[in-house]
Design a protein around this ligand. Structure first.
Ligand SMILES: *Cc1c(COP(=O)(O)O)cnc(C)c1O
Length: 230
């Protein structure tokens, strides 16, 4: 078994264990294998070992890799910062864009999706800790942004995503994951037509077990599968 296949199996086992330990159905947590900087040959090893969902951060890189792997049935997720001038490619390549954090970008995605006859699924990225260096809408502004996005007919808002501060200590990240879950519940309660809040994209290699305990439905894991990025 390749190292990648072995790592993938370990990550899946850990996801299952974390879900069961808090009374969740393991099938309610989807693994997104984060393949940024990983070349197609190595991604293929993960795919052969059963990876179905891949996460990429950069449009140009994703264009090359989706081309190289086009004969493989895969679901691609965009998890990086998206500039609105790249929205066209994002709509073409990705099933789910995790990182929408402003109305201009949402409008551009909507426009491009309409031109392609597609309903683009998106998540809204929330900057839960208010870090100045991070992308994401502030928790205070998220409901308003989502109300506006709900009027865009070719976007489907499916949930929230966050990248909390990294303390190398999952317990310190827990409150931020909990905050994202509460925000999702508040927005769901608002009952905005066309907005579902079924997805919470949170948790990476160092903290995905905690994220699952706090309700993650999508975990984005790179290093634990592919090894350290160079
Ligand atoms: C790189 C990246 C990940 C994966 O991080 P690892 O620590 O390698 O698991 C997850 N989410 C986003 C947004 C990333 O940029």
């Amino acid at each position: 078994m390749s190292t990648i296949a072995h790592n993938l199996q370990q990550v899946r086992d850990a996801i299952e264990k974390a879900a069961l330990s808090c009374g969740r159905d393991p099938a309610s947590v989807k693994l997104v294998a984060v393949s940024k900087t990983v070349p197609p040959e190595r991604i293929r090893q993960a795919v052969e070992a059963g990876a179905t969902d891949l996460g990429e951060n950069y449009i140009q890189e994703a264009r090359e890799k989706t081309e190289a792997l086009k004969n493989t049935a895969l679901t691609w997720h965009f998890i990086g910062h998206l500039q609105s001038n790249k929205a066209k490619y994002a709509v073409r390549l990705f099933e789910l864009v995790h990182s929408v954090d402003d109305l201009n970008l949402a409008e551009e995605l909507d426009r491009r999706a309409r031109a392609m006859g597609k309903i683009q699924k998106v998540l809204v990225q929330v900057n839960v800790a208010g870090e100045t260096t991070k992308s994401g809408v502030s928790p205070d502004d998220v409901l308003d942004l989502i109300r506006r996005m709900a009027t865009l007919k070719n976007l489907a808002v499916c949930g929230l995503m966050t990248m909390p501060p990294y303390f190398n200590a999952p317990e310190r990240v827990r409150p931020f994951f909990g905050q994202l879950r509460k925000l999702g519940a508040q927005i769901r309660k608002a009952g905005i037509p066309g907005v579902s809040m079924n997805e919470l994209s949170m948790g990476m290699s160092g903290d995905f077990k905690t994220a699952i305990e706090e309700g993650a439905t999508l975990v984005r894991i790179g290093t634990a599968i592919f090894g350290e990025r160079t």
